[in-house]
Design a protein around this ligand. Structure first.
Ligand code: ASP
Ligand code: MG
Length: 440
C-alpha cells in the first residue's frame, strides 16, 4: 500500500481539494495524510499566543473569523444536505472548544490542543467530501495511534501496534484518511511533530506499514536545486539519495520537514515529491539509488549562532573538546558545524534557548565570541568533495566573507557559514556558476 500526504495548499481551496480527489481516486487502496488548510495552523498558533498573553478579545475575534471562513468553505464544498449538516455539527464542536480555550489558563497542553484542530478540521471535511463524491473513504484518528516518546522520537512499536488496530477497526474503504502533524506524547497528552510535521507523519506511517512508497504532494514540482523563494532559475531535482535528501531537509530546504526521510531510509521505502497543481510533472524521487557526481542542490538554514571558543589550555591538551561538548550535552543543544585550529574551536547551534547558560560555563575556562544572524549554506551531491569542479567554490565566492567551512564530514556535503545578510547573493552566485554554467 502507498501513503500519500497532501500539504496545506493542496487542501486549502475547493479547486485544490478537487485535484486531491482526482489524484487519490485511482482505484488503489491507500492511506492519505492531510495537513491543515493553509494558514490555519498559523492562525491557531496566534490564538494560543493571544491566550498566553491574556489578549482574550483578540483570541475570540480570531476564532470567530476562522469560524466564518470554515463555514463558507463547507457550504461550497459539501453540497449534500445530510453531509453538510454532519460536517457543520463537527466543525461547530471544534469552534466551541476553541472558544472555551480562551477561558482556560494557558498551558503547553492547551496550546497543543488548540494547534491540533487544524488537521482534525481538514480531515473531517475532506473525508465527507470524498463520501459525497461517491468515494469510499474512512477516517483513521491519528491520536489513536501516533505517539512520541520522552525524547520526542516516534514510538514505533506503539505506532505499529495501534495503527493496525485502528486500521482493522475502520470500515472497509478505498481511501483511509488521517491527520498529519498531531500525536500524543509519553503522558498521552496531545502534542505534535513540530511545524511541517505532516511529512514526518507520512513517513512514520510508511515505515510502520512497510509501505511500497510514500508520496508527498505539495504546491511545487519537487525539491529544487536552490531556494526558489530567493534565487532565480532554480530547477527541480529528479533523483536524490536518502542521504542527500536528509542533508537538504535538515539544512533548510523548506519543502520537507527535517526528519522526513529518517523513518524510511532503513527500509529503503522511496519517497516521491509531487505537485498537486501539476500532477504530470515528474517531481523528485528520493531512493537508495545514487546518481551522477557533483553538486546537485544548495540549501540554506538561517538563524544560526556561531560560537568561537579560545583557550590557551587547548594547545596540545587533550580532553578540551570533550569538556566543551559536555556543556552542550547538558543543555540538550545540538551542534551543527564545527571547525578547529590549534588554539580555538568554532561551532554553530540553531537552538539558542540555553545560550547564556552555555556561555557562562564555557567562560569558566576559555574566552568566547558569539556571532548571531549567521546562515549555513549547504551544498549537497553525490561525492561532491571529490568532484573536479568543487575547487571553483572559492573562486565563485571570493567576495563573500566565509566564517566557517566544513568539508569532508561526509562525501556528500560541504557547508559554509556566512553572515545572513550575504545569503541571497551567495545562493544566487552559486546557482549561476554551478548550475547555469556561467564561466568564471
Ligand atoms: N499544519 C502543520 C503546519 O502548518 C503541519 C503541516 O502542515 O505539515 O506546520
Ligand atoms: Mg510542509
Amino acid at each position: 500500500m502507498k501513503v500519500f500526504k497532501f500539504g496545506g495548499t493542496s487542501v486549502g481551496s475547493i479547486e485544490n481539494i478537487a485535484n486531491v480527489k482526482n489524484i487519490i481516486n485511482d482505484g488503489q487502496k491507500k492511506i492519505v495524510v492531510l495537513s491543515a488548510m493553509s494558514g490555519t495552523t498559523n492562525q491557531l498558533v496566534d490564538i494560543a499566543n493571544n491566550i498566553k498573553e491574556n489578549a482574550l478579545n483578540q483570541a475570540v475575534d480570531k476564532v470567530n473569523k476562522l469560524h466564518d471562513v470554515y463555514f463558507e468553505t463547507i457550504d461550497k464544498l459539501i453540497v449534500n444536505g445530510a453531509l453538510n449538516a454532519d460536517v457543520k455539527t463537527y466543525v461547530s464542536g471544534v469552534f466551541n472548544l476553541l472558544l472555551e480555550s480562551t477561558y482556560k489558563p494557558f498551558s503547553e497542553v492547551l496550546e497543543n490542543n488548540i494547534v491540533a484542530q487544524g488537521e482534525l478540521l481538514s480531515t473531517f471535511m475532506v473525508n465527507a467530501y470524498l463520501n459525497q463524491e461517491g468515494i469510499r473513504s474512512a477516517l483513521l484518528p491519528a491520536l489513536n495511534f501516533m505517539r512520541i516518546d520522552k525524547a520526542k522520537e516516534p514510538d514505533m512499536a506503539y505506532i505499529k501496534a495501534n495503527f493496525k488496530k485502528v486500521f482493522d477497526a475502520a470500515n472497509e474503504s478505498e481511501i483511509y484518511i488521517t491527520q498529519g502533524f498531531i500525536c500524543l506524547d509519553d503522558n498521552d497528552d496531545v502534542s505534535n511533530l513540530q511545524r511541517g510535521g505532516s511529512d514526518y507523519t507520512a513517513t512514520i506511517i510508511g515505515a510502520a506499514i512497510k509501505a511500497e512508497e510514500v508520496q508527498i504532494w505539495t504546491d511545487i514540482d519537487g525539491m529544487h536545486n536552490n531556494d526558489p523563494r530567493h534565487v532565480e532559475n532554480t530547477k527541480p531535482i529528479s533523483n536524490l539519495s536518502f542521504d542527500e535528501a536528509a542533508e537538504l531537509a535538515y539544512f533548510g530546504a523548506k519543502i520537507l520537514h527535517p526528519q522526513t526521510v529518517t523513518p524510511v531510509r532503513e527500509d529503503c521505502i522511496p519517497v516521491r515529491l509531487k505537485n498537486t497543481m501539476d500532477p504530470e510533472a515528474y517531481g523528485t524521487l528520493i531512493s537508495d539509488e545514487t546518481s551522477e557526481n557533483g553538486v546537485k542542490a544548495i540549501a540554506a538554514k538561517d538563524a544560526i549562532t556561531a560560537i568561537k571558543i579560545k583557550s590557551g589550555r587547548m594547545l596540545q591538551a587533550h580532553g578540551f573538546l570533550r569538556k566543551v561538548f559536555e556543556i552542550f550535552e547538558v543543555y540538550e543543544t545540538s551542534i551543527d558545524m564545527i571547525t578547529t585550529s590549534e588554539v580555538a574551536v568554532s561551532l554553530t547551534i540553531d537552538d539558542d534557548k540555553n545560550l547564556d547558560k552555555i556561555l557562562a560555563e564555557l567562560e569558566t575556562f576559555s574566552s568566547v565570541e558569539v556571532d548571531k544572524n549567521q546562515s549555513i549554506v549547504c551544498l549537497v551531491g553525490h561525492s561532491i568533495v571529490n568532484h573536479q569542479e568543487t575547487y571553483k567554490l572559492f573562486q565563485i565566492l571570493q567576495d563573500v566573507k566565509i566564517r566557517m567551512i566544513s568539508y569532508g564530514g561526509s562525501r556528500n556535503n560541504i557547508s559554509l557559514l556566512i553572515n545572513s545578510k550575504d545569503k541571497i547573493n551567495t545562493l544566487q552566485k552559486l546557482n549561476d556558476y554551478l548550475f547555469e554554467l556561467v564561466t568564471l
